[in-house]
Design a protein around this ligand. Sequence first.
Ligand code: GLU
Length: 449
Amino acid sequence: MNAYVASVIENVKKKYGHEPEFVQTVEEVLSSIAPMVDKHPEYEKADLLNRMVEPERMFTFRVVWTDDNGQAHTNTGYRCQFNGAIGPYKGGLRFQPNVTPSIMKFLGFEQTFKNSLTGLPMGGAKGGSDFDPAGKSDAEIMRFCQSFMTALYRYIGPDIDVPAGDMGVGGREIGYLYGQYRRLKGVWENGVLTGKGFTYGGSLIRPEATGYGAIYYLQEVLKHEGDSIEGKRIAISGYGNVGWGIMKKAAELGAKVTYFAGPDGYIHDPDGVVGEKLDYILEMRAKDPMHCKPYADKYGVEFVPNAKCWGVKDVDIYMPAATQNDVRMESAEKIAASGVKYYIEVANMPTTNDALEFLRSQKHMIVAPSKAVNAGGVAVSGLEMSQNSERLVWTAEEVDEKLKGIMKVIHQMSVDAAEEYGLGYDLVSGANLAGFKKVATAMMEQGLF
Ligand code: GLU
């Protein structure tokens, strides 16, 4: 490997060994882009890579809120403004008890290249809190969001940094966050957040965009292989916003999700999650997001407790859409042994590095990386920003058409970048190379900082 790349990876390991998820993503991305660094000796002179792995700015803040009994609680808030070379910082907020600086940095780093791939002017960021939304009342969620925004509002803005949702942050939370921003600033700057409600500037299709985009990307992969989505059976993990969008779009296009996994086990529904079952998923999730077993009880299908559906043979496509490091070596071995051809990552970094390398080395498999596959979500956030700054509203058809076009271009850019480096149809390297190139060029042209 390129000596400069190797030295930067070593440096990150030494300095940030206590941040495992961040080290993991740095290793994955930098080893992919090593061939480009070979061709650009000027990168080392400008120390481009060490600059790129260091967030431009990252801060924590105290978030104090009172529960319904009047008891005060204190959480840590984060915002990691990783890279602003190609546009205002942009990325979601995650509210989950396991949020750490490492998770924030890994997500911010990934976001930088993902946003670059969309072709829209958005830098990379991520934020959130170790707050646990599970079991909180609506009023508690509101007070938490108001306190969170009170600490954050000075550091964001439509041309500065534009947060959105991620795990634990959906339309409701974005609403409370925006209300507090408007109240504190006394301005109508709805371009400061994306994923808003439709009555105050949210974009149509945004809630479904990540899942829809993943299916559009999958269609491009299938087209490349002379195949089509018609009749395909898909196994996914996760049935949140993203998983749900996948189920819905797959059903619309004549495919079906026949397996889905949740925190308590997995469901096997040979007829697929289609029709009114899609509405039931929403209902079930709203009642209790931690259990998918009620689906099996209602529709009389198989439920396998405390297991993941990685390795099942009667599917055509795997799409991990739950969370990071969901697929480890043990699952990857089962996936490879199943003979299934397509492994399409959806959640951010759903595969450990060794498992990903193993799956990529399987001659019978095609592996697609999450930073390309799930970029449709943030792409539609970019379209929401455009609509807000132009003070106009696009129809669902207009947004959907643009999303389709963006996913097609992301796939093609990845194909071209991999080919340029003689790597063949390598979607993982291609996405890293294409995403990296634009950010690198912008940083080189903007001088040292
Ligand atoms: N959290 C989402 C992601 O991982 C969306 C970010 C956004 O829309 O800004 O890309």
